[in-house]
Design a protein around this ligand. Structure first.
Ligand code: PLP
Length: 393
């Protein structure tokens, strides 16, 4: 069945974090507010995913799931066919999503008081998890060169405290949608080797590469000699809009490293729930691949529309996305204070977007907009933003 990404679906009142929790998170929001913050999509998941889930539901018994070889083999098939990466069944550990997967890595390989490196601005939950577990964050700020995020090695000398034990990489990068090259990934892996850091590579956005962009390279392939310090995190949830399944993979090829991770999982009683397994198994298939190709083409159209509209606002610059559906807009050229900026986006335009500063250094004066919504809504958002900033014209 051809997906209809243009269909407007009212998600309010459906236990939906993005649409139902706007008021709780942003305070007073207009009744017609557009939810463009949480990173899930306003599209139906592929029909095959829904059918697989319906089969489970129809059984009427929802007991403990057993060892699920089709699930593991579907992951292996996907990694091989979409990412050129051969993975063994035994290397795949199932976690409750990748925030959970990151938290487990922090606990497994670092101690309270240790520091974890983040290349900022970056997905805000990384810092939240690190700090909540009593570790500290060392931020290495990314540079913006020619309108895209770049690793800024020279500026990082001297920022390390000596307490760093881990680096959490976001590949492709959220926000900004940067696809890191194999060469860049190798350099990050070398950096980790030289400083004896565990490298956690969160590749949750790896399927969302927009047409015409460079290919995503799996860190494990870019830096095979980093295997003894590398934890790769992947999931079908972001790609297929099934984040509510709360299921992800920690793929660890080094046996000693994997045993440590497993020990933390064991200590916390982590095992997958029933419903995500058939959803992911169905998604990681040729039909799922076709759906992703249609999705990324649609997302590219949304991004083009959004960028053209937002870049027409004096002082605003939307970073061209290579991956993800998360537009990263630099409003610093408007000269507005963070409060004024937020007042215009939320109060003026009626859009709930993520505030840039929550992503760490480099996020000030920025906002992140989720474009995985029907095109008509993106057009509406652009119009609203242009109106809210009209006095700057
Ligand atoms: C880089 C990154 N990692 C992890 C997550 C969330 O993962 P999960 O829903 O599997 O916990 C997100 C969600 O936006 C993300 O952008």
């Amino acid at each position: 069945m051809t997906p209809d990404f243009d269909q407007i679906i009212d998600r309010r009142g459906t236990l939906c974090n993005k649409w139902d929790d706007m008021g709780a998170v942003f305070g007073d929001v207009p009744d017609d507010a557009l939810a463009m913050w949480v990173a899930d999509m306003d599209f139906h998941a592929p029909a095959i995913v829904r059918e697989a889930l319906e089969q489970v539901v129809a059984r009427g018994i929802y007991g403990y799931p057993g060892e699920n070889l089709p699930y593991l083999d579907a992951i292996r098939w996907w990694m091989e066919h979409r990412h050129g990466w051969t993975v063994a069944r035994g290397d795949i550990l199932s976690v409750h999503g990748l925030v959970n997967g990151t938290a487990l890595a922090v606990e497994a390989y670092t101690d309270p008081g240790d520091a974890v490196i983040l290349m900022t601005p970056v997905y805000h939950a990384f810092a939240r998890v690190v700090k909540a577990s009593g570790r500290t964050v060392t931020e290495l700020p990314l540079a913006v060169t020619d309108g895209r995020l770049e690793l800024d090695w020279p500026s990082w000398d001297g920022l390390l405290t000596g307490r760093e034990r881990m680096l959490i990489l976001c590949s492709p990068h959220n926000p900004g949608g940067r696809v890191w090259s194999a060469e860049e990934l190798r350099r990050i892996a070398d950096f980790c080797r030289d400083r004896d850091l565990i490298l956690v590579s969160d590749e949750i956005h790896h399927d969302l590469i927009l047409p015409g962009s460079p290919r995503h390279t799996v860190t494990a392939l870019a830096a095979p000699d980093a295997a003894d310090r590398l934890v790769t995190l992947t999931a079908a949830t972001k790609s297929f809009n099934i984040a509510g399944a709360h299921l992800g993979n920690a793929i660890i090829t080094d046996a000693a490293l994997r045993e440590k991770y497993k020990a933390r999982m064991m200590a916390l009683g982590i095992s997958p729930g029933l419903f995500g397994l058939p959803m992911v198994t169905a998604a990681y298939s040729p039909q799922g691949a076709e759906w992703i190709d249609r999705l990324t083409a649609y997302l590219a159209g949304n991004a083009a529309l959004f960028d053209a509209g937002v870049n027409a606002i004096p002082g605003a610059r939307s970073m061209p996305l290579q991956a993800t559906y998360l537009a990263w807009v630099d409003f610093t050229g408007t000269g507005l204070s963070p409060e004024d900026l937020q007042a215009r986006i939320l109060g003026g335009a009626g859009i709930a977007a993520n505030r840039g500063e929550t992503f760490g250094l480099g996020g000030q004066g920025h906002a992140r907009f989720n474009l995985a919504t029907p095109r008509a809504r993106v057009a509406e958002a652009v119009e609203r933003l242009q109106r809210a900033f009209a006095d700057l014209q």
